[in-house]
Design a protein. Sequence first.
Length: 650
Amino acid sequence: MNAQEIFELISGIIGGLALFLYGMNIMSDGLTKVAGGKLESMLAKVTSNRWMAYLLGIGITALVQSSSASTVMVVGLVNSGIMKLTQAVNVILGANLGTTVTAWILSLNGIEGGNFFTNLLKPTSFTPFLALIGIAFLMFSKNEKKRNIGTILLGFSVLMFGMNMMSSSVSPLKSSEEFQNFLRSFSNPIIGFFIGIGFTMIIQSSAGTIGVVQTFAGEGMMTYGMCVPVVMGAEVGTCITAILSSFGANKNGKRTALMHLYFNFLKAGLFMCGFYLLNAILHFSFLNDPASYSGPAIIHTLVNLISTPLMVPFSGILVKLALKTIPIEEKEKEQAESAAAIQILDDRFVSNPPFALAQAKQAAFDMAELSKKSLFTAMDLIKNYDPEKAEEVIRLEEKIDSYEDQIGTYLMKVSRHHLVPEANHTLSVLLHTISDLERISDHALNVAQVTSRMAEKKRHFSERAQDELAVFGNAVEEILTIAIQAFENNDVRLAKSVEPLEEVIDGIHHEVKRRHVRRLSKGKCTIELGFDLSDIGTDYERIADHCSNIAVCLIQVREDGFDTHEYLEMLKAEKNQEFEQAVYYYENRYQLPKMKKYEAEEEDSVESTFKADHPLLFEGKEAAEALNGGSSSDKKDKKKKKKKKDKKKD
């Protein structure tokens, strides 16, 4: 062969292999997107039934056409704490059998026959039409599902064109004695085995290696004796993808990759030893026969069909091996307990936006429950102060801050990928909501700090003030519960009941202030307690504002709108019958304890006099902080305006 022929040969093989791998990659991506995150969800819900996990591993790998892809999914799920090692190992065993489907699809190239129907089954006959349909879907369809189907068809076509390109390129090698001698070296089990490992590690695809072997076998250049060790080497080499994926994972993620490596190494090693030991005794004659296109697929399938189901009952051995290699430490147990919830935000899921958003949504749900717990704990401190509960509110606020940072960062990564309209809506709601949930926890912390200050100074609200705060607090508890429930269930109808209650809470806040003025004027309470009450009332009202923000965001995003303030102004300007009925219902539900008639009559005159004498009390929380020398119970709010519209921006 001259230099030109050698160059054409190398470029044809490399180009064909590149098309093959690229086609397989985009076909796998298309299949994963069509599933819309359901594959990971199915894996995450695998029960402790090992056979169910095994069958699921077979099905998912056959569907995505890549054992590497399904194994990386498993590494991510174990790393995030969603799946246990004992579940993961059986999915991995199933993935090894599921990946054999790819080799059988590639073996279609070996179909021979002269009649019309036989030729139709050959990929060279139908892939051009599949490619045409695929590109038409991608170029002219706006439907996301059709575009994904187009990606699958185009990926399959590119894969088959790559196979044909390799086949055409290697055809001249039939007459090359040097190349034939090189291929004969594959008959040496050790050489063939390590060539299979090395080549698969380079291209990171066992299907790619088997595809190349099938190409040479289809041209009549490889015997079964050459195919066996290379195919077995590919079984071990494919583990490199999971190992690389585990580099950024926690110890459980690394253990999952090790289980994959251990099983494939044991499987290949035991098969090689047993097969060639029997060959030394029985002298298998078929090893010298030329392999067909389907030959490597047969070897690949038989090995996995025998080894994987046999290993399922003993899969615990692989778990123990992984745990022996990377033992569990006490520190790891503590970290797992403290950070398990947020671990579901694994970067390996970002490339699959539907599932990544589902994980972020679950983390946001956990954050919402933490915010609710934080507020309810803080509210309990008003009547029954407990230093340990006050410390718990501080810890919860710090944890919620961490949630906001991590979920926000994760959502930004997801947003860089192409998202369908529904996913964009979910992303928008999550970004808006986590900010409001974090601010609710800040206000809960403020309430806890007020109660701590009161306990330190041994100040107590009067019985009437406590009764009024109890009604106020019950309304705030309900609005937060409704807002979180609407968020978790994506319930727009429920979200619409938040704003009427928020308006009632505004009225309660104003009325509580008015009533406290009368008690102050009669000497039943002190100025300091007035500031304490003002602080708690302001926090309660602003918590209601943030609940309103969450509810309005759900409503507006569903309607492709994002102007919260414009919506609220329009809603209150229209004052429709349904809204007014809801307001009336909540006003009756949350009535403050009735005052005596003579107390109510004198309240207006008392308030005007007292307001003139004590203007700072009516300036709100910021004035109280100024009076105390700048100590702040809510630094994040001190520069905000008093108007309702600006509170919404808080």
